[in-house]
Design a protein around this ligand. Structure first.
Ligand code: SF4
Ligand code: SF4
Length: 318
């Protein structure tokens, strides 16, 4: 787990030092029977069911969660109040973990109500997968995903290219925004966060801050693919840490993998899929690391079903 946290903080994934005998057997088999392996790969490709099942489910859940806030406000239903960063559901305070941290740093003491609201959210996201907040709830994720499609089209036509930054930048931004809240007593990140801006715009109506979101999207379309989520947003890193404890994950199964790498091409955080590279998996089953947003795009795109959702402990019981 420490290696996965290191990778999440920005380190490059390393070749595993020890590979289990079962995994070694599979790696060797794929090398020795090259012809058979290629024939099986072709067969899997022809019969693979590449769908948008998880993507469609995720979009529906994301829209439902965000529109629930909107309709609650418009129809004045007091079951759900507030926005994504801080809300009250049936009397329970729900505070986004990163916002709560920033506010407590700015106030320089632990605020009891905030702490209780944070604890509820913490347990919820431990159960649901940590960074699954990003792909199943965050409104910026959805909009950025649509604009990413445009970026990829332009890359395809060689009109733009994807400029990559060091992934460790996100850890530095996390520290920077925390230090700024502590020193200035002001939560600068909350002003800049497209998650909060879009959530508030959906509920209370558009504001000038949407111009900032548009600027971010243009930067991602013309300069760097999904730059905010990949290199800046501290919310993603906070929920990634929560995800280290989560039983919900994507599981990789070496025996079903033909190493074509389609999964890495669609993934927001391809460093978590290092085990799909030939010879890299240290076991026959490897859980994908905590930076994974559980978006399901890799599950949808894998033609041979090597990546599947899994709940720790549950799959063995079923
Ligand atoms: S990284 Fe931030 S902006 Fe991106 S999806 Fe996660 S919470 Fe939203
Ligand atoms: S590993 Fe799969 S589920 Fe996780 S973020 Fe990447 S594409 Fe999404």
């Amino acid at each position: 787990m420490s290696e996965r946290i290191r990778v999440m903080l920005g380190a490059e994934p390393q070749k595993p030092a020890v590979i289990s005998p079962e995994a070694r057997e599979w790696h060797a088999m794929k090398r020795v029977n090259k012809e058979d392996f290629l024939a099986m790969k072709e067969h899997a490709r022809q019969h693979g069911v590449v769908s948008h099942k998880w993507r469609n489910r995720r979009w529906a859940v994301l829209l439902f969660c965000n529109l629930l806030f909107t309709f609650s406000f418009w129809l004045d239903i007091q079951l759900l109040e507030g926005a994504l960063t801080a809300s009250r559901f049936a009397g329970f305070h729900l505070i986004d973990l990163n916002s709560a941290l920033q506010v407590m740093l700015a106030h320089k003491h632990i605020i009891v109500n905030l702490f209780i609201g944070t604890a509820t959210v913490f347990f919820l996201w431990v159960l649901l997968g940590g960074r699954s907040f990003c792909s199943w709830v965050c409104p910026y994720h959805l909009v950025a995903e649509w604009f990413e499609w445009l970026h990829l089209k332009l890359v395809d036509k060689k009109l733009v290219s994807d400029h990559q930054f060091h992934r460790g930048a996100r850890t530095l931004f996390w520290l920077l925004f925390s230090a700024l809240a502590l020193v200035t007593g002001y939560t600068l990140f909350e002003t800049l966060s497209p998650t909060g801006i879009l959530s508030r715009a959906l509920i209370y109506g558009p504001s000038l801050a949407l111009g900032w979101v548009l600027l971010l999207l243009m930067f991602e379309v013309f300069y760097s693919r999904r730059a905010w989520c990949r290199y800046v947003c501290p919310i993603g890193l906070t929920y990634g840490m929560v995800g280290t404890l989560s039983p919900v994950r994507v599981m990789y199964r070496l025996e079903h993998c033909f190493h074509e790498g389609d999964c890495k091409k669609v993934c927001l955080v391809p460093h978590v899929l290092d085990m799909v590279v030939k010879g890299r998996a240290e076991h026959t089953e490897v859980p994908v690391g905590p930076d994974c947003t559980r978006c399901g795009l890799c599950v949808d795109v894998c033609p041979s079903g090597a990546l599947q959702f899994d709940v720790k402990g549950l799959s063995r019981m079923l």
